[in-house]
Design a protein around this ligand. Structure first.
Ligand SMILES: Nc1ncnc2c1ncn2[C@@H]1O[C@H](COP(=O)(O)OP(=O)(O)OP(=O)(O)O)[C@@H](O)[C@H]1O
Ligand SMILES: O=C(O)[C@H](O)COP(=O)(O)O
Length: 398
């Protein structure tokens, strides 16, 4: 891809290379539960090691509130990186300042160092120039291999590109090539499936997404705000009342433009967000005030599968339920299996992305049978929407 500077153009031997990865991986009790994003980053890390660079990894992890929080330390994730690449990865307890400088100064060519979560500084998300300078002081070259964070114009995802020679890593390059090709002229009708929990970040882009697709299938936590907008009770479910007007606008836009929005028609509800918590199937008007919608119900699953049988391409971000906890994985698992079977039969092109989405599709045993799996969720949706991604734009050859 000539429009972007890649590692082919970078002279990295003996240089300190700051590599922005997306190590925002799913974890449970401090253990990484899905290493897909790390495996996708491994070729870049290994290539840089092989070329004799000093490889300094940068990433955010979760959404800490702009200060250090042990819950969001990258230390266990750095250990998972070491396991995937089969080489030691040193860890610095800060991403700037003395701990980072000392660890970087001790590096030999071929060494790998992972710095602590960049979001332990509120300046990261503000793309603060002084913070960018502090990060830039640690490296000679910046490689952005975090396609899944490229929709964020943050210090480590965009700011560094103004200070250091900037190159796309191999995963960034592969994602841009694969998604560019897949989305250029998708087989129609096209459906987008949007679920998951990042309602405030993703609900407002569904309006633009409607322009690009024929059918919009909404599930997971995302659906609850729409159900509330339609007047259904949602009890203690994940819901963003502030976004009800936006949800209504999206529903009205779909009606006016003849686009179809598919929402759940029933739900699986529980009083507790816990494994094997007592649960029941509820009609939409029967969700009690102390209950939470944690999955779509059996009629909704049937409805979604019958929609998939009518379309030719599905673009999927976000699980249909809290799939990490049984039995609330049923909707996601059954729909993923149906999509994988339609793909194997040559009837459907399946493109899915997102940290938890990929983990859910792996859990369902369906990921290997999908047409393409991207590491990106929010970035994937913004690309579908037709938006320029700051972390990609900064890599364009000037
Ligand atoms: N009904 C629900 N209530 C609460 N949480 C839900 C519900 N449905 C799905 N989820 C949660 O959504 C989370 C995944 O959502 P998210 O939007 O982060 O997807 P993603 O694939 O990781 O995308 P990205 O890469 O943009 O983060 C999962 O942890 C899952 O438990
Ligand atoms: O998982 C993701 O989509 C990326 O890591 C971005 O995370 P964010 O939505 O917290 O910026």
């Amino acid at each position: 891809m000539t429009a972007f500077r890649t590692l082919d153009q970078a002279d990295v031997k003996g240089k300190r290379v700051l590599v922005r990865l997306d190590l925002n991986v799913p974890t449970e009790n401090g253990k990484v539960t899905d290493v897909t994003r790390i495996e996708r980053a491994a070729p870049t890390i290994n290539e840089l090691i092989g070329k004799g660079a000093k490889v300094i990894l940068l990433s955010h992890f979760g959404r800490p509130k702009g200060g250090p929080d042990p819950k969001y330390s990258l230390a266990p994730v750095a250990a998972a990186v070491a396991e995937v690449i089969g080489k030691p990865v040193a860890f610095a307890s800060d991403c700037i300042g003395e701990p980072a400088e000392r660890a970087a100064a001790a590096m030999q060519p071929g060494d790998v160092l992972c710095l602590e979560n960049t979001r332990f500084y509120k300046e990261e998300e503000k793309n603060d120039p002084d913070f960018v300078d502090k990060l830039a002081a640690l490296g000679d070259i910046w490689v952005n291999d975090a396609f899944s964070a490229a929709h964020r114009a943050h210090a480590s995802t965009e700011g560094l590109g103004h200070k250091l020679p900037a190159y796309a890593g191999r995963s960034m390059q592969a994602e841009l090539e694969a998604l560019g090709k897949a989305l250029e002229q998708p087989k129609r009708p096209v459906a987008a499936v949007v679920g998951g929990a990042k309602v405030s970040g993703k609900l407002d882009l569904l309006g633009n997404l409607l322009d690009k697709v024929d059918v919009l299938i909404i599930g997971g936590g995302m659906a609850n705000t729409f159900l509330a907008a339609q007047g259904h009770p949602v009890g203690k479910s994940l819901c963003e009342p502030d976004l009800i007007p936006t949800a209504n606008e999206i529903l009205a836009k779909a009606k006016a433009s003849g686009k179809q929005i598919v929402l759940p028609v029933d739900a699986v509800v529980a009083e507790k967000f816990a494994a094997n918590a007592p649960s029941r199937v509820a009609a939409l008007d029967e969700v009690g005030p102390t209950e939470m919608i944690l999955d779509i119900g059996p009629r909704s699953i049937e409805h979604v599968v019958s929609e998939l049988e009518l379309i030719k391409t599905v673009l999927w971000n976000g699980p249909f339920g809290a799939f990490e906890i049984e039995p609330f994985d049923t909707g996601t698992v059954e729909i993923a299996e149906a999509a994988a079977e339609l793909t194997a039969a040559g009837k459907l092109v399946t493109i899915a992305g997102g940290g938890d989405t990929v983990s859910a599709l792996n859990h369902a045993g369906a990921a290997d049978r999908f047409t393409y799996i991207s590491t990106a969720g929010g970035a994937f949706l913004e690309m579908l929407e037709g938006k320029a991604l700051p972390g990609v734009e900064i890599l364009r050859a000037k």
